[in-house]
Each structure stands twice: as structure tokens, then as C-alpha cells.
Ligand binder design. Structure first.
Ligand code: SF4
Ligand code: SF4
Length: 382
């Protein structure tokens, strides 16, 4: 294992000594106390990799959270303001933490406090307001070709969740997925799952949204968005909420007859070369890693990029809040996609799809960015 870098509180922005001050109650005290400052998380943090600054690391951010909670730093402190938005929220740090620190939950609690009133980044506020307008998103999605609601939800059938952003930005993904889920309901009146709110300073409202969506879809909920699936599974239970790759793989393995016949994809007469960019919340939050790879391998030559499991820099609102860091975090993947001579790069989340498409265009790569179900759809017989 890589040696853990040394640190000091001053590097992370803490300006006063460790005097025992009364906590402000911003964080769950047990969660905040769990970090033992070992630094094992630093080498896997994408923002720390860019700057090598303690404040850009998980450990540095937890030091800042403690300083905020203990009143040693005020909410107006510029380092606090900067770092609350600078973290990608990718939760990669959680996967190597020997103390089991629930960093994602700490970040939600931090942003709930930090991003209130005038401190809320305008982009985050706009997105939180925008995804509440579900009827308008649904109407826009229908005009653009999203799957049509099928009416009342039958609890015996899987329910396809239409993500807020996906139904308006990539509506055809929902139509493609129905080719693999012919028995699925598409319940009408679906709201937002709350994931965007939870990651942008509105976790209380987010939990309410998730419960409302769960009530609209009794029984199994299937999502084509890794971020939505992970958040909803956290709220409603993983046994009830499934991301599309884990749902399809489990179903096809249990009942091979339910799997449609799929051909091997070719490009210029040779097997197609396909890479993947994991959804961070799906991989690091829900632990779903192998299913999308297994599905890609059914139709093409799967190529594991070294940075497949590292955040793409999209991260909800991140590419708008931190455009330079967002691009820098993505750049290694673009280099690797070029070197691997990929034909397709698969994403599992609408924000990742957008981020990867923008990066591929910027780098003038020939690789095509598609959602997993769009790749599988290409392999269906004509
Ligand atoms: S969530 Fe991601 S960006 Fe944020 S501290 Fe953890 S590893 Fe770093
Ligand atoms: S978050 Fe975990 S890995 Fe990182 S410094 Fe704290 S205890 Fe160590």
C-alpha cells in the first residue's frame, strides 16, 4: 500500500489550536470522530492527485469539518467555502478507509449546513429547483422520445424509473431499456429520487422525495442511472432498488431464456473495443462493479481502462461549479481511451454521459460515448 502522506491541521485550513470546544451539532459526532487521520485515503482521491494539497484530500476536508463543528472556523471561512464545493463526492476514499469512515454522509451533512441561504452556489440552487418541475420534465421527455407511462403500477412487475435529467437529456435510453425489460411498468407521475438534492445541500428534502417516489412504485424499482439507483437504494433498501446492469445480469443468469439473442458487435470487420467509466455512487456506494463489465463482454471485447473506477469529474453539478478541476480529473481517461483505441466508451449515469461526451469532443477522439443499454441495443438482431 502507498505510504500515507503526513499532514498538519494548518495545511488543511484549520487556524486555531485543538482546544476542546463545544460541538455545534452540524455533524453526526460518531461519523466525525471515526477518522483516525491515517491518510490511506489520500492516494485514491482524485482532487488530491491533482494538487497534492492536504485541503484537497479527504483527511484535510474532515479536519475542516471538525474545525467548523467545533467553532474554530466560521461558515464564511474561504477554505471551507471552497472545499465544500471542491470535493467530487465520489466516495472513492471510503473504499480504502480502514476505519470505515462514511465520508459521503459527512459531505451531505457539511453541505446541508454550508450551502444554505446566500452560501448556496447558484448552480446547485437552480438544479434543485429545476428537477422539482417533474410534469414539465416528463412532457419534454415525451416530446423527445422517452418511454411513455404505462399507467398504474403493478407491484408484481419491475418498475422502470425515469430519471429527471435522463428523461429530458437522453430520453431514448428509457426506450432502449424497455427492449430488455418487456414486462416493466413505467409508472406515471414519477418525481425525482432526491439524489441531486442530497448531494447539493438538501438532504432532508431529498429523503422525502425518495420516499414519495418509492410510494409511486411499489415493488422492485429499476434505474438506468447509477447515481439515482445508489441513492434510492440507500433510502429504500438495495433489495428493492436495482441499477439496470445488476438487474439484467441477475435475471439473465437465473433464467437464460429471458435473455434476448445478442450478436457480437464489430467495427470495420473486427470485434468492437469497448471501455467503461463506472458511476462513482454505484461502484463506491452500492458496490456494483462486475455486472456492467459482464454485460459489455457479452457483445464486445471489453477493455478495462486504468481509470475506469475513478470519477469522470461530472459529479452532479461539479462540472459547472469547478470546471477546471472537472476537466483535469477527466483528462487521464481521455488519454487512456485514445491509447486503448476504443470504439465505444460506456457510461452508467446521465451526468457521466454528458461529461464524457464533452471531453471526447474537446480531445477530438473518435470513441463514441453511449449508455450501457444503448450498446446492448446495437447488438439486438435487425
Ligand atoms: S469523495 Fe472523492 S473527491 Fe471527495 S474526498 Fe473522497 S475521494 Fe476525494
Ligand atoms: S478518512 Fe479513513 S483513510 Fe482517510 S484519513 Fe480518515 S481514517 Fe484514514
Amino acid at each position: 500500500m502507498t505510504a500515507a502522506p503526513e499532514h498538519s491541521d494548518a495545511e488543511a485550513g484549520s487556524t486555531l489550536t485543538d482546544s476542546a470546544l463545544k460541538p455545534r451539532g452540524i455533524f453526526d459526532p460518531d461519523l466525525l470522530a471515526a477518522c483516525i487521520s491515517c491518510g490511506f485515503c489520500l492516494p485514491v482521491c482524485p482532487t488530491y492527485a491533482q494538487t497534492k494539497a492536504e485541503a484537497d484530500s479527504p483527511r484535510g476536508r474532515i479536519t475542516l469539518m471538525r474545525a467548523l463543528d467545533e467553532g474554530r472556523l466560521d461558515v464564511d471561512d474561504s477554505t471551507l467555502q471552497e472545499q465544500a464545493g471542491r470535493c467530487l463526492g465520489c466516495r472513492r476514499c471510503e473504499t480504502v478507509c480502514p476505519a470505515g469512515v462514511k465520508y459521503g454522509e459527512l459531505l451531505e451533512q457539511w453541505r446541508d449546513h454550508q450551502w444554505r441561504g446566500r452560501h448556496t452556489p447558484p448552480v446547485a440552487a437552480a438544479l434543485r429547483a429545476g428537477v422539482r418541475v417533474t410534469p414539465a420534465l416528463t412532457a419534454g421527455g415525451l416530446v423527445r422520445g422517452a418511454a411513455r407511462p404505462t399507467g398504474a403500477a403493478d407491484p408484481q412487475r419491475p418498475h422502470l424509473m425515469l430519471g429527471c435529467l435522463e428523461r429530458s437529456l437522453f430520453p431514448k435510453v428509457s426506450k432502449a431499456v424497455l427492449k430488455f425489460l418487456p414486462d416493466a411498468d413505467v409508472p406515471a407521475g414519477q418525481g425525482c429520487c432526491g439524489a441531486l438534492h442530497a448531494h447539493n445541500g438538501g438532504s432532508v428534502e431529498a429523503a422525502e422525495m425518495a420516499q414519495r417516489l418509492g410510494a409511486t412504485m411499489p415493488g422492485t424499482i429499476v434505474s438506468t442511472s447509477g447515481g439515482c439507483a445508489a441513492y434510492l437504494a440507500h433510502q429504500l433498501g438495495h433489495e428493492r432498488v436495482k441499477e439496470i446492469s445488476e438487474f439484467l445480469l441477475a435475471r439473465w443468469e437465473a433464467d437464460p431464456g429471458s435473455m434476448p439473442s445478442l450478436r457480437r458487435l464489430t467495427v470495420d470487420g473486427r470485434p468492437a473495443r469497448v471501455g467503461l467509466k463506472d458511476s462513482c455512487q454505484l461502484r463506491n456506494g452500492l458496490g456494483v462493479i462486475q455486472p456492467p463489465r459482464a454485460l459489455i463482454a457479452k457483445v464486445a471485447d471489453y477493455v478495462e481502462l486504468p481509470s475506469a473506477g475513478v470519477c469522470c469529474g461530472g459529479a452532479g453539478t461539479y462540472s459547472m461549479l469547478q470546471p477546471e478541476m472537472s476537466k483535469a480529473v477527466l483528462d487521464p481517461t481521455l488519454v487512456q481511451a485514445r491509447e486503448a483505441d476504443l470504439d465505444y466508451l460506456v457510461a452508467l449515469n446521465v451526468v457521466c454521459t454528458r461529461q464524457l461526451q464533452a471531453g471526447v469532443k474537446r480531445a477530438r477522439l473518435r470513441v463514441k460515448v453511449v449508455h450501457l443499454v444503448e450498446l446492448l441495443e446495437l447488438a439486438l438482431p435487425d
